[in-house]
Design a protein around this ligand. Structure first.
Ligand code: SAM
Ligand code: SF4
Length: 326
């Protein structure tokens, strides 16, 4: 039975785990330029603490876990983490968000350890632009994507944050790329999270505009997608490709929010767009019994805010996205 019901009657069944706030990329909308204030090692949860927390969440009704970050492939214990989480009886869905830069050599072992589906950030197919947005290398990402496909990881969802002055003119190319390789595509509206996210407020694009641009070349039909979360999906007529639109700004989906987020410091964030939280690391290190920890989690969920306020208070969330986990 799910014991995690918030004040608005929403059932929490999904936990997103930011296992590191560090990253080998520097997407400017995520980690601001020059940012150095990453979590110190003594403040990070260790493997046993993660496993215990995930077990407790699963006993309370959470059955879906997404490992994210920062870049989770930078975490030295990632493989052991995946193996241990996927062995927990209550976890039915374990997924990973990655920039794919280090996936080429890791896709197979991650699949064997229990990762069945992944989301990969890809904002441009132009190497120079890609470097400008991420400071990373596009060919490594493409190699990572192909390795994931060869390892039978499915679905592979491409996440593209659309920005007017960066990549709006590439949305059609991205559709072609995903048709060619059998990926699912999701467009995302940029959110003003931390100074990185706030630096792209001027580049914001309402995804209705993207749909309008694509309708000139493609015909869409409605479709369903398992594990869709907040994305609204359409299928490109005559193709297998499904396209999701994630619109936190223009049409928020807070009414159906089913998730909370745990940072690598052990902070439980109750809403991506609010400051409300529970510090779990001190509790974990206080020798509390499982039942006491579970009571803390249940009480925190009862404080989950109703919605984000990105449109009315865009400068409210100061923490960087990689800490909370996108
Ligand atoms: N490093 C991994 C990756 O890039 O997929 C996982 C972490 S990243 C924070 C997760 C997702 O958050 C990515 O798809 C990224 O594009 C998205 N993201 C980061 N900052 C964002 C922002 N300000 N607005 C919208 N999406 C953002
Ligand atoms: Fe790194 Fe992902 Fe943030 Fe880009 S979006 S800086 S890849 S954590």
């Amino acid at each position: 039975m799910n014991e995690l019901i918030d004040p608005f009657g929403r059932k929490i069944e999904y936990l997103r785990l930011s296992v590191t706030d560090r990253c080998d990329f520097r997407c400017f909308y995520c980690i601001p330029k020059g940012f150095k204030d990453f979590t110190e090692s003594d403040k990070r949860l260790n493997l046993e603490e993660y496993v215990r927390l995930i077990r407790l969440f699963s006993e309370l009704g959470v059955d879906k876990i997404r490992i994210t970050g920062g870049e989770p492939l930078m975490h030295p214990d990632l493989l052991r983490m995946v193996t241990r989480f996927s062995a927990l009886p209550g976890i039915s869905d374990l997924s990973l968000s990655t920039n794919a830069s280090q996936l080429a050599n890791r896709a197979k072992e991650l699949k064997q350890a229990g990762i069945n589906r992944i989301n990969v950030s890809l904002d441009s197919l132009n190497p120079e632009r890609f470097r400008n947005i991420t400071q990373g290398n596009l060919s490594q990402v493409i190699a990572g994507l192909m390795a994931a496909r060869d390892a039978d990881i499915h679905p592979i969802k491409i996440n593209m944050v659309v920005m007017r002055d960066q990549n709006l003119d590439e949305v059609g190319d991205m559709v072609d790329f995903c048709i060619e390789h059998g990926f699912t595509l999701r467009f995302i509206e940029a959110m003003p999270i931390g100074t990185g996210g706030q630096s792209v407020i001027e580049s914001y694009v309402n995804l209705d505009e993207v749909r309008g641009i694509l309708s000139q070349r493609f015909e869409f039909e409605p479709c369903r997608m398992t594990g869709a979360g907040p994305a609204k999906y359409v299928r490109v007529k005559g193709e297998r490709l499904k396209i999701g639109f994630i619109t936190p700004m223009s049409q928020h989906f807070c009414d159906s929010c089913n998730r909370v987020r745990l940072s690598c410091e052990g902070t439980l964030y109750l809403c991506l767009g609010q400051q409300d939280k529970l510090e779990m690391r001190p509790l974990l290190r206080q020798d509390l019994r499982d039942e006491q920890l579970k009571a803390e989690i249940v009480a925190a969920v009862r404080r989950k805010p109703e919605k984000h306020e990105f449109n009315t208070s865009p400068y409210q969330v100061v923490r960087v996205m990689s800490l909370t986990g996108g």
